[in-house]
Design a protein around this ligand. Sequence first.
Ligand code: HEC
Length: 180
Amino acid sequence: MSSENPNLRKYDDILEEDNHLPNWWLAILFGTIVFGFGYWIAYHTTDTFKSPPEEYQADVEALKKARAAANPTSEDALVALAANTESVTEGQKVYATTCASCHGPNGEGLVGPNLTDKFWIHGNTGTDILKAVNEGFPDKGMPAWGAVIGDTKARNVTAYVLSIRGKNLPGKEPQGNPVE
Ligand code: HEC
C-alpha cells in the first residue's frame, strides 16, 4: 500500500498520510504573517496611518471645529476661543477698558463680583458669561455691553474671563454659589 501512495507513513503502527500542506493554505498563512508584520510597522511604529482611536479623536475634533464655526456663541466655540491666545489678548484689552473698573484689574472683584473665585451668581460657563456681557444685570448695577462693544469683542472678552476663571485671586468676598 505504501508503494502506491508515497505519502503514507507508519507511526506507532498507525498508517498516516503525510501530505504536504496545500499551497493555497500556505499562501494564506504566510500572507497573513507578512500582512500582520506590515500592519504592525505601518500602524504602530510610524505615523503614516492613524489607529482607529486616533482617527475617532480627529473626527471628534473636526466636528467640534465645524460646530464652533457654525455657531460662534456655542459653549464649544467659546471654550475653543479661550484657548486661542490672540482672542484672549484682544479680550484682555476689552476687559481693561470696559470691565476692570467694576471687576478689578485682574478680575478679583471691586463693585462687581470676583470673576476668578469659584463662587458665581449667574453661572460660569462660556454661555453664562457671554450672556452676562451682552445683557448685563441692569437692576444690579452691571450695564448691558452687547450693543456697545459688538459681537466680536463680547466673545473675546468672554474668552478672557474664561481664561482667568478659577485663578482664585484674593479680592472681593465670595458671592453666589460655589461652582466646581
Ligand atoms: C458698572 C460696573 C460693572 C461693569 C462695568 C461690568 N460689570 Fe460685570 N457685574 C457687575 C455687578 C454689580 C455684577 C453682579 C450682578 C448681580 O449681583 O447679579 C456683575 C456680574 C458679572 C458677571 C456674573 C458674575 C457671577 O458671579 O455670576 C459676569 C460674568 C460679569 N459681570 C462680567 C463682566 C464683564 C466681562 C464686563 C466687561 C465687559 C463687566 N462685567 C462689566 C458690575 C459691572
